[in-house]
Design a protein around this ligand. Structure first.
Ligand code: NAD
Ligand code: UDP
Length: 312
């Protein structure tokens, strides 16, 4: 049994990761300040003897004598949440990375950073390969998240080079699934909730901007495969579904699958909203023998069922 720390473990992705690791029989310590996460997300795990929840803010160091693996996920991920307190978001990414890397240094743990496709900003290279350095505005309203995550990647690389820490960096592309918050603000949850309530579907801008949507189970499988690679593989590696959709296409799919009477309404495009995004997953295929298996139609049906049964 491995002792595994998951920061941000009470959030959307973190709670799925904790569930999978607990099911595998690992001892899981979930660290979270419950900013966007909740105890409800991990309620099913609390009765398990190999699961422990610790309320802790990652801005501050966390002490432990021994831990085998650390997954560093703590950070709000939805634009409305990470812009709510932008300074706190940067602190979480940067100080959180330093604190978790410090713990890895002390314990000898292997550590994985949940980085993001936002590293590529508004990309001029399409699809995005890991060798692309990105096109990020350092002073915009998304910068607290993008630059915080970029700095965290730098810290991971420097702790690796300077201190020999065993690191892994994954770049996660837009991921959706059960346990997203209904008021999360991200596009899939917004559209599904609006469709189920027959409310207007809010398209920001023209809706011709694109994203590639990954179902959470595919991501979790990829994350665990990355953690289990040999120490010579550190990434960064893209984890995402390469099937790209415009936001208008997504809206139409959600309306069709829910049988909703919702109409499309057009709202202003937020500043620095990336125009296109699609992962090149050649590296993940090669190194992890991994690729997504759940396509958008199937994944949307799961999240629609989830919102129907839990919220509406
Ligand atoms: P989420 O908001 O549901 O989860 C983030 C978790 O981190 C929450 O439980 C929150 O309470 C916790 N947290 C935030 N600040 C904290 C702090 N200072 N101390 C301790 N805990 C803190 O978001 P998510 O979608 O599950 O994202 C998880 C990770 O994956 C994030 O690091 C995010 O940047 C990354 N990611 C997600 C996506 C996606 O599409 N969902 C894409 C790219 C990267
Ligand atoms: N978006 C939209 N309507 C919404 C929410 C989001 O049109 O109600 C758009 C948003 O402007 C962006 C895309 O959907 O172009 C994805 O937004 P999200 O916040 O989910 O992710 P990110 O922009 O961080 O990839």
């Amino acid at each position: 049994m491995k002792k595994i720390l998951v920061s941000g473990g009470a959030g959307f992705i973190g709670s799925h990761l904790c569930t999978r690791l607990v099911e595998e029989g690992q001892y899981v310590i979930c660290l979270d300040n419950l900013f966007t996460g909740s105890e409800e997300n991990i309620a099913h795990l609390k009765k398990e003897p190999n699961f422990e929840f610790v309320r802790h803010d990652l801005e501050f160091p966390f002490e432990m004598d021994a831990v085998d693996e650390i997954y560093n996920l703590a950070c709000p991920a939805s634009p409305i949440h990470y812009q709510y307190d932008a300074i706190k978001t940067i602190k979480t990414s940067v100080l959180g990375a330093i604190n978790m890397l410090g713990l890895a240094k002390k314990t000898g743990a292997k550590i994985l950073q949940a980085s993001t496709s936002e590293i590529y900003g508004d990309p001029v290279v399409h699809p995005q390969v890991e060798s692309y350095w990105g096109n990020v505005n350092p002073i915009g309203i998304r910068s607290c998240y993008d630059e915080g995550k970029r700095c965290a990647e730098t810290l991971f690389m420097d702790y690796h080079r300077q201190n020999g820490i065993r690191i892994k960096i994954i770049r996660i592309f837009n991921t959706y699934g059960p346990r997203m918050l209904p008021n999360d603000g991200r596009v899939v949850s917004n559209f599904v909730v609006q469709a189920l309530k027959n409310q207007d579907i809010t398209i920001y801008g023209t809706g011709n901007q694109t994203r590639s949507f990954q179902y959470v189970d595919d991501l979790i499988e990829g994350m665990i495969r990355v953690m289990n690679t040999g120490d010579d593989f550190i990434g960064p590696v893209n984890l995402g579904n390469p099937h790209e959709f415009s936001i208008l296409e997504l809206a139409r799919k959600v309306i069709e699958l829910t049988g909703s009477k919702s109409k499309l309404v057009f709202k202003p495009l937020p500043h620095d909203d990336p125009r296109q995004r699609q992962p090149d997953i050649t590296l993940a295929k090669e190194k992890l023998n991994w690729q997504p298996t759940i396509e958008l139609d199937e994944g949307l049906l799961h999240i629609i069922d989830y919102f129907k049964s839990y919220h509406y």
